[in-house]
Design a protein around this ligand. Structure first.
Ligand code: GLU
Length: 307
């Protein structure tokens, strides 16, 4: 039995888009007999009190999870071991580029748009020593491919850019793309369900995951099953955000919309029966999920106060 997961950043309250992804991740995991794990991705952004609010909301919409909730800031050992293994294998190099350096660098002929131009890839030791005195270095992965293909339950084969991406930021913090890959492997996660805004990062993560599995010499499937689910958009076609008004359980409750009503609407937006989570689980079939974003423009006033 493997595990699926939901991995929010504890940067504030969850909104309807986050809750919908969490519901789908839970349905994917439970409908395939997997454990369901929660992990706070708090390396970048964490706001005091956000974890408690998020857990309370996930619980309120009826989700359950297995084992202790983990947070990335408490998992340094795994990241450090992976970084050491990559460094020993000669797969990391220091990068001193600012964003501006990268934007202004002449890109190599045929380089994919958005790819790191390789400025620091072949610096000499002397050049590095000079640059180290100027600014702290980030560490980039020395890749030997320019793209990688992953298979996604909803998107099929997806080929995307793999450049020399950052694995350790220049403040010493492991980059998201490294942390997520290390955590998923160490936690035995073999199913990754998340918003499709992360689809373009997935080839990089899969490439790194395969590399790390090779260095560990671990057999077995290196890569999880991926399912990138459509986002929720606001009436202007932009990704739903808290500034869009009543989009958190807390705000909706104040408006008189019950949590059951919210869950029903979220499940129905995914083409599922909204009566109960059990009914949704029974009917769940990834092949039938909508492939288009769900546009949310507010709860009709008639629903207010309805149970
Ligand atoms: N922490 C990311 C988010 O909040 C999700 C990362 C993932 O699921 O891999 O969107």
């Amino acid at each position: 039995m493997g595990a699926g997961r939901y991995a929010p950043s504890p940067s504030g309250e969850l909104h309807l888009g986050n809750l919908r992804t969490a519901l789908l991740a839970w349905l994917f995991a439970r409908s395939t007999g997997r454990d369901f794990l929660l992990r706070f991705e708090d390396l970048d952004r964490a706001r005091a009190g956000a974890e408690e609010l998020q857990l309370a909301d996930l619980h309120a919409i009826g989700l359950d999870w297995d084992g202790p909730v983990v947070r990335q800031t408490e998992r340094a050992d795994g990241y450090l071991a992976a970084i050491a293994a990559l460094r020993e294998a000669g797969l990391l190099y220091e990068c001193f580029c600012t964003r501006r350096d990268i934007a202004e660098a002449p890109s190599a002929p045929h380089a994919a748009p958005g790819a790191y131009p390789g400025t620091c890839r072949n610096l000499t030791e002397e050049q590095r020593a000079v640059r180290r005195a100027e600014r702290p270095a980030a560490w980039r992965l020395r890749t030997d491919v320019v793209q990688y293909t992953i298979t996604d339950v909803l998107h099929g084969d997806f080929t995307g850019l793999v450049d020399d991406f950052v694995v350790v930021r220049n403040d010493g913090v492991p980059a998201y793309n490294l942390a997520v890959v290390v955590d998923d492997a160490l936690q035995g996660i073999d199913q990754v369900v998340r918003g499709d805004d992360l689809l373009p990062s997935t080839p990089r993560q899969a490439y790194l995951g395969t590399l790390l599995a090779g260095l560990r010499g671990s057999g077995g499937p290196a890569l999880p099953q991926y399912a990138h689910v459509p986002l929720v958009l606001n009436g202007q076609g932009r990704r739903l955000a808290k500034r869009d008004g009543s989009v958190t359980l807390g705000q909706l409750r104040e408006d008189g919309v019950s949590v059951e009503r919210v869950r029903t609407v979220l499940l129905e937006s995914a083409g599922l029966p909204g009566g109960s989570l059990d009914a949704a689980l029974e009917a769940f079939d990834p092949a039938l999920l909508p492939r288009e974003p769900w546009v949310f423009t507010g709860f009709p006033t008639a629903w207010r106060g309805m149970q």
